[in-house]
Unconditional design. Sequence first.
Length: 204
Amino acid sequence: MIGRLKGILVEKQPPEILLDVQGVGYELLLPMTSFYNLPEVEQEITLFTHLVVREDAHLLFGFSHKQDRTLFRELIKTNGVGPKLALAILSAMSVNEFAYAIEQEELSKLVKIPGVGKKTAERLLVELKGKFKGLQQTDFFIESSHLPAPERPKLEQNLQLEDAISALVALGYKPTEAEKMVKKVLKPELTSEQLIREALKAAL
């Protein structure tokens, strides 16, 4: 089992990255809550990882924090929750936000995540309630800087828009739904990652 990787970030296209570890390129899928913490390309990063082995593929998932990986592992143990849905859940909520939703039995928040229907949400409550005692709710979606960014050329704005929509589709949203979500929060100064963050925040 590959538990941790340290290397150079070569490419990043939400929700996937390419990590160079001593000349070997690892493709990893990251929840957006971990993607927000990534440095610029060519910078060194360390990620906690979980390998999912299937008949048709070996999928490697990466996480900024160990508790994110712990929750991912708990989620995929839950009946009806696979790696893709676990990734969508961790992209929509931080560990603390998810824990709070479970402990407070906030079904309405859980069912807004793509792929989480009422039955799945109820199953999550039954199987995970009580496992997060002591965790407090935190506001995960805090911008690190509120300084105004320079105006982006229109072409770059369109690329940011397309990247954000593609990432949301990869997380399970329908293309038309993803486009509406992104356009609802679209601002010229936002990067694609910030657009994804704001779109997911507004959806909950």
